[in-house]
Design a protein around this ligand. Sequence first.
Ligand code: GCU
Length: 683
Amino acid sequence: AAENGIDAWLRYATLPCDVRKAASVPAQIVALNGTETSPVYTAGQELHKGIRGILHKDLPVTNTPANGSSITIGTVDAFAKTSGALPELDLKGDGFWLSIKNDSVQIVGQNERGALYGTFQYLSMLAQGNFTEVAYVSNPSAPIRWVNQWDNMDDTGTHGSIERGYAGPSIFFAKGLIVEDLTRVSQYARLMASIGLNGIVVNNVNANVNLLNSTNMAGLGRIADAMRPWGVRMGISLNFDSPRTLGKLTTADPLDQSVIDWWDDIATKLHDHVPDFAGVLVKANSESQPGPLTYNRTLADGANLFARAIKPHGDAIVMFRAFVYDNKINQTNWKADRANAAVDFFRDLDGKFDDNVIVQIKYGPIDFQVREPVSPLFAHLEQTGTVIELQVTQEYLGQQCHLVYLPPLWKTILNFDMKVDNQPSLVRDIVSGERFNQKLAGYAAVVNVGTNTSWLGSHLAMSNFYAYGRLAWEPTSDDVAILEDWTRLTFGSDRTIIDTITKMSMESWPAHENYTGNLGIQSLTDITGPHYGPKPQSQDGNGWGQWTRADAKSIGMDRTVWNGTGYSGQYPSEVAAMFEDIETTPDDLLLWFHHVPYTQKLKSGKTVIQHFYDAHYDGAAVAQTFPKQWEAVKGLIDAERYDEVAFRLEYQAGHALVWRDAINDFYFNMSSIKDEQGRVGNH
Ligand code: GCU
């Protein structure tokens, strides 16, 4: 059958007859403690739907404990009240226990959400034809596992656009309002729940104040209602200046009483419409956004203003973004460096934030580049919860027109050891809250799905969304194993399909790095325009600070302490020493930390410039193989998705050549150094 992608990895496609015969599931579904809007009720319905699809069995669903063979879903408390003794379970918030035996399946959540997650786990096994008996506890690595949407309200247009969204307009907003039909919103929440995501910020970080008018407050209530049955809580981005622009006050000073009162009132109204309001995301004093610094107040003053306004109403949180920097810095100053900004701004604020504030930090110090070192800020906030911000939407990485499977990039970041106080300090243990003993910590990813029925505009890009949830739940999960699960659920279990998608996906990030920007020079894309396609000349000569400092002889940012911007000194001592010294800096970050001649030798023995030439040829050559590799699955998956993927891979193969030649020609013209293999400049 044709597949348009709306169910993504939740298709519940019927298993082949022989596999189905081997399956045994209990005779009925019992969903304890379920009112119609509760996640346990949802779990019962979803399980019924899934088993009907996968196994062609129509199991009755009840909410009262039953005798005989059954699948029972509920919270620990509900089990205790109705179904008798359970083993001692070490469940954390949102965690679940899954026990599968022939005639009895128990899915026990620490809370209702956990029960739903356990149900999705069971369904994932069934859908993959996995009928093994298991009994285990699964807990999420961190309490915060959120999605950020950068959706605009577009006062004048017909549909909300999405900043850095590549799959059509917003599923949330149209004509300055919340859309009437929220079907896609609940479908989105279903996908989120199936991978353990529990919160979402629905509007752009560059926030429109009109979201807070009374009509839209009611609309927000409807969005929250649509997502609640899936255990997904809703939050919003705030514009710091709202008291002035919407409230008509004369100031937005966070210490001014009228401003405090204004936000208190907003928080009360939000809570009235959304009783389980998740929290606010704040981008302040960044890229021309207003903020507390405008009023000579600290960023902590700004964050605490919101923290205090929402505090009386429950457990909502403030996610205060660390993406604060000056976008008008001067390149003639050798020591100027945008990468220094986050630590410079936040280091001294540790301990000054209220306990419901979390600092949300992009994985690297610049901006979602193809290769960045870990943001050093993760090492500096010991008394403040932190969240790592990842990006599923491929803003700098081909905007979903290129296949780039991102988990290998994310895991490089998450597995990095910051060695704070010379103790093991993996980033994943910092953002789980473990390393510094934080209650609030976790993950956020900019996802930016749109109305396109494939959600992200590309079927293969959905593996990134799926993997994001899986890694936020368990960051040590294997990236190939995640991909294989996703592939079986999305396209089927044929070995050729799995092998083809795995090979292409695992080759894709290294290839992309090779044909775009390597050795830590960043994504050499058009940074003053749409962040798409090659434009190495756009990096330098402007205030954005994504500089390469390339000239006729040399290239790279000197970020050393002894001679450069001092950035390497922002890391804990062992890591700082590694990056300070060119000998111990890994090749893939060489030009991030050091300014060197094009003839500088790498550890591989090649010069920097020859590496550029070769890597661009190698990366583009890999992309050339993708359309051919994909042909192997022709006929094994439906024609609609086959063709849509084939079209994009063909495009990527061509665009990789454009990238290769644009970058190689640029540096050949700049350096006048010939390619040893005689390819560059000759086409
Ligand atoms: C990037 C992106 C912007 C976005 C900003 C942010 O710079 O290009 O569109 O607003 O990040 O994360 O705030």
